[in-house]
Design a protein around this ligand. Structure first.
Ligand code: APR
Length: 238
């Protein structure tokens, strides 16, 4: 069970593994799927320039899968933790689904964007809510300015969202926990090294991540099984 003192600040980084038990495939690791697609071929500015239809086909498929998914007990345990800790919990996810929000988390930071948002690839129109799917041979959506509407996702080679807030929260945290992330995609893979000289660092997932050596603790198991108990916050005072 995780002991959290009144002065602790907790940073939780979630990855695809936290949504695996909700039926959303991970990219790598046990049961790593999306296997009909090589992720770099459909999730990069180059792919978008070369074949926007293929990119939308991939994200349309992901919108359908995520749209049917429901939060699991790992999402719920993290939402409960937020209710207790309020702004002393910083929940940063690499996931683009909305399962943290569906489970009640109010302050989720989506560093890789959001699946149910789109934006123009040319003008500064802000990202907007979009649950549409665009499968060939459907016309691809266009902005009023003539630009193409693209998924609001941080692709390979692009800069993750909210970096400044994220690094401020990393600097402030005393407990860092990563859940269900393979520890290979930067910059998230290096967050643990950024804090490991002063924070307690914990990994939760069924397999050891690539950056395991930077963690002080590793709890092997599925997030939906480990987190409810691990975060069943004893009698700590907050
Ligand atoms: N509970 C916890 N972890 C799990 C579970 C589970 N039930 N099932 C699988 N995992 C773990 C796997 O062991 C693996 O280590 O989840 C991890 C998933 O790794 P990735 O698929 O690499 O996901 P992630 O680390 O989030 O990927 C980072 O890569 O392609 C990009 O933008 C994409 O955000 C994604 C980024």
């Amino acid at each position: 069970m995780l002991a959290i003192s009144p002065t602790d600040r907790v940073f939780v980084l979630t990855g695809a593994g936290v949504s695996a038990e909700s039926g959303i495939p991970t990219f790598r690791g046990v049961g790593g799927l999306w296997r009909n697609y090589r992720i770099e071929e459909v999730a990069s500015p180059h792919a978008w320039r070369r074949d926007p239809r293929l990119v939308w086909e991939f994200y349309s498929m992901r919108r359908r899968v995520a749209g049917a998914a429901k939060p699991n007990s790992a999402h719920l345990a993290l939402a409960k933790l937020e209710q207790k800790l309020q702004d002393r919990l910083f929940l940063c996810t690499q996931n683009v689904d909305d399962l943290h929000e569906q489970s009640g988390s109010m302050r989720v930071v989506h560093m890789h964007g959001e699946l149910f948002k789109s934006r123009c690839d040319r003008c500064s129109r802000p990202p907007f809510h979009d649950t549409n799917t665009y499968d060939p041979p459907a016309e691809l959506p266009r902005c009023e300015c003539g630009g193409r509407i693209r998924p609001h996702i941080c692709w390979f080679g692009e800069v993750p969202f909210e970096s400044e807030r994220i690094f401020r929260a990393l600097d402030e945290c005393t407990i860092f926990m990563a859940v269900g992330t393979s520890g290979v995609v930067e910059p998230a893979a290096s967050f643990v090294a950024h804090v490991s000289d002063r924070a307690r660092t914990i990994y939760v997932g069924p397999e050891e991540p690539a950056n395991l050596s930077a963690f002080t603790e590793c709890h092997l198991g599925k997030a939906g099984e480990v987190l409810p108990e691990f975060l069943a916050l004893q009698t700590w005072k907050i």
